[in-house]
Design a protein around this ligand. Structure first.
Ligand SMILES: Cc1ncc(COP(=O)(O)O)c(C=O)c1O
Length: 364
């Protein structure tokens, strides 16, 4: 199998290894046979173990993109009479807000600029002002711009005020340091196809068992995305619906590859990738947006060079085998994103910089 056709600089689905892709063509398997349930069990246990959590945590798998895990969590976590405090500094914070509203959940927000990590003091003030808020929902890595929210500090604030945290770590789990077991955190959502380096189609909720058990007996707000229903079923080595069997095969392989590489080394590789990219782009005159302190090691937003539009730059990079990613909403008019997750290495990132140099020369 060819190593790669494109170098994917979009923040997931990311480049995968040939053996992850080959795992998709395992022999056919009935999803109600023990072999499938054993595979699901290995995937669930692998997520818990590699995230550094213990037996008081469980992973619940969903067939669906990352939003499935986020929606399942939000519509399960907040009791009927309570409110969700959503930290909104990007598209994915905003999405959590929309999900809550779609399910009739009362929401309050702490909003800030898309390049500004939320201030824990503002979260604290909101929790004091809103005693009805039972949970805080925060995106760890806002993929809108590549900013990191200070999850550890927010968890401390939530814990101090007796509230629980829901963390969307979709584009950061296994790519940035994150102590999911920290007091205050109950639910963490992510998917197979980002820093885990698997295939799209499966997402998961990593949760404290105590928080999952507390959902028993509550009327679910969703049938397909009933977190407690999936948890109970998967704990019994069963599944309420048909899972994406082949994607799970690939996820199991991706988990094995993460164990082989080691979490600390993967995080360090991504950080090296980001360093090479940012230094190279700075040499070419590209401005990275946002403050260095608030930036992840996974994605960088660069200002478009004067006189060059996103589409022209995208096409010039694509001709060279590189897929860059547009900014969301009006960001598209002045900036673009480059992610460095997946199987990419610092050597690949040198190639990315060289391709930008050529592309710019072409377009000027
Ligand atoms: C932080 C974050 N949350 C949620 C999602 C939604 O994931 P999906 O598009 O897989 O539903 C993404 C996707 O990029 C994301 O980056």
């Amino acid at each position: 199998m060819a190593e790669r056709e494109w170098i994917l600089l979009n923040p997931g689905p990311a480049n995968t290894s040939p053996s992850v892709r080959e795992a998709l063509v395992m022999p056919d398997l009935c999803h109600r046979e023990p072999e499938c349930f054993e595979m699901m069990r290995r995937c669930r246990d692998g997520v818990v173990r590699l995230a550094g959590a213990g037996s008081d945590w469980a992973a619940v798998l969903f067939t669906g993109s990352g939003t499935a895990a986020v929606e399942a969590t939000i519509c399960a976590a907040v009791p009927a009479s309570r409110t969700l405090l959503v930290i909104d500094n990007g598209v994915y914070g905003d999405r959590m807000l929309k999900i809550a509203r779609a399910h009739g959940i009362d929401v309050v927000t702490v909003q800030c600029d898309i390049f500004t990590p939320v201030r824990p003091a503002d979260v604290e003030a909101a929790l004091i002002a809103h005693p009805e808020a039972s949970h805080v929902a925060v995106v760890h890595h806002e993929t809108t711009t590549g900013l990191l929210n200070p999850v550890a500090e927010i968890a401390r604030v939530a814990e101090r005020h007796g509230r629980r945290l829901v963390v969307d770590a979709m584009s950061s789990l296994f790519g940035e340091a994150l102590d999911v077991t920290q007091d205050g955190i109950d639910f963490v959502t992510a998917s197979a196809n980002k820093c885990l380096q698997g295939i799209p189609g499966v997402s998961f909720v990593l949760a404290r068992r105590r928080a999952l058990d507390a959902l028993a007996g509550r009327a679910p707000r969703s049938v397909y995305l009933d977190l407690h229903g999936h948890y109970v079923s998967q704990e019994r080595d069963n599944t309420p619906f048909t899972p994406a069997v082949q994607v799970l095969h690939a996820m199991e392989r991706a988990l094995a590859e993460l164990a082989d590489e080691g979490l600390a080394r993967r995080i360090a590789r991504y950080a090296d990738n980001a360093r090479v990219l940012r230094a190279g782009m700075a040499r070419l005159g590209f401005e990275a947006l946002g403050t260095p302190a608030g930036r992840s090691n996974i994605l960088t937003t660069f200002r478009l060079p004067p006189g060059i539009g996103y589409d022209a730059l995208h096409d010039a990079m694509k001709r060279r085998g590189y897929i860059i990613y547009a900014g969301q909403g009006d960001i598209r008019t002045y900036a673009f994103r480059v992610s460095n997750m997946g199987t990419l290495t610092p050597k690949d990132m040198n190639g990315v910089v060289a391709a930008f140099e050529e592309a710019i020369a072409d377009l000027r």
